[in-house]
Design a protein around this ligand. Sequence first.
Ligand SMILES: *[C@@H]1O[C@H](CO)[C@@H](O)[C@H](O)[C@H]1NC(C)=O
Ligand SMILES: *[C@@H]1O[C@H](CO)[C@@H](O)[C@H](O)[C@H]1NC(C)=O
Ligand SMILES: *[C@@H]1O[C@H](CO)[C@@H](O)[C@H](O)[C@H]1NC(C)=O
Length: 444
Amino acid sequence: MDSTDSVVMMNMPNTSGGGYRSSKSSSLFTTIYNAVHLIVLLIAFSLSIYAAKTVRDLENDTNGVTGVRLSIGKPSPLASNENSFSFFRGSGVWHHKRRLEGGARSDFQAVSIEGDKTDFVYIFGGKDASGTYLNTVLRYDSINDSYDSMKNMPEARARYAAAVMKNDLNQNEVWILGGISAVTPGVDGGYDEDTDKVCPMVYNVDTDTWRTETGTRCLPSVVKDACAATGSNNAIYLMGGYGVDYSVLNSVYKLAGPLSSEWVKTSDLPDPRGDVSCAALKNSIYLAGGWHDTLTGVAVPYVSQSKLYSLDVLTDVWTSTHAEMKNSRGDFQLVANPIANSLLAIGGETNTTHNIGGETNTTHNRATQLATHHVEEYFVAHDAWEDRQLIPTARFRFGAAFKNGVFHAFGGHVHGGNHADALSSHEAYYPLDHPDVWVTVTSS
Ligand SMILES: *[C@@H]1O[C@H](CO)[C@@H](O)[C@H](O)[C@H]1NC(C)=O
Ligand SMILES: *[C@@H]1O[C@H](CO)[C@@H](O)[C@H](O)[C@H]1NC(C)=O
Ligand SMILES: *[C@@H]1O[C@H](CO)[C@@H](O)[C@H](O)[C@H]1NC(C)=O
């Protein structure tokens, strides 16, 4: 490491250098000044010793390792990022923002519209703290930090997927896809007596009006807890999720454009995923995490996943070779930052490592509904995930969106998933600009 910091510290104004006027009457001042100067020098000296020791410890800790290298841009090969991480690991800052108006809300999506030249994030339906399904719509102003109520959805809906499509008049429309509506909320933490919904509700942002699609513009089958994103081709892709009876899906349905008459099945997901999250960047849609037990024939097929897949919307081909998230999770949010060409994975739900009753319990019943604080960012250019500052409130089943350079996470659930524990809190992540500097621990 170079000593830029200590150089700055050493260049404090120097009284003996004659650059500053000194007289007998200010001798007390000079004494105090010199004392302060000495203390500053001592602190700088101690810090430099501490820094040198830290680097030595780091070298000693990594057996057989000989050095620590800083570089601009990530060194190649990039495949294993075990020994290489951003110098700005853990960076960024979360701040509390105005709570959701109308109280706690979970199991919904928050949607922002890229390039719409507004400050708004839209929040649709979900469930409240008594488990009641909502049809209310909030519009959050990300600059004024305030909410407005918009036109209600035609019907209450939770656990749906959402994506934006421009209609033939070039107006932005938000498609609410699949999900469930329930007359009777279920037992806390359990399944609701739900009614699966296959006909999309479409919100016209420009006119604040709703319509419900019919016929072949309804989904061909039941899809809940899926994710949806819009490709650079203005087509909506609905990916994974659960079918009737919570079978885990690998299906991908595509609505090719605003005048398209039906949803068509396109290239399947490489592996089935429920409670999954996805986001579009350039010509790709990235899908990460979600729930699926790769063991077959298990009664409770829910293990949180960490793989990242991408679909090239120009060729409809999936890539499965991306770096995996450091933390497995489902029911989280994967949010694109088009400025940095990166994805932020925020919070979510994980499972315990061991089966209830031990590994001999062949039903593989793991404890789930554990909310996580983990936040990590995927850089397309580096094919690597980096830890970012943890979200203060661990949450899952929440909504999140990127607007005006800031990531917003609204509502959701803490551990356990009880209705009464639904959150009204809203936290926002401010990424901090920094040079593309990476630390690599090298072996001889
Ligand atoms: C800004 O927020 C305040 C509440 O904090 C609200 O009263 C006001 O109407 C908002 N202004 C706009 C332009 O939305
Ligand atoms: C979830 O369960 C799987 C399978 O038992 C385990 O490999 C994984 O580590 C668990 N996840 C977490 C975050 O503990
Ligand atoms: C094994 O898992 C099942 C749930 O699938 C659970 O009901 C049962 O109690 C577990 N067995 C033991 C011995 O804990």
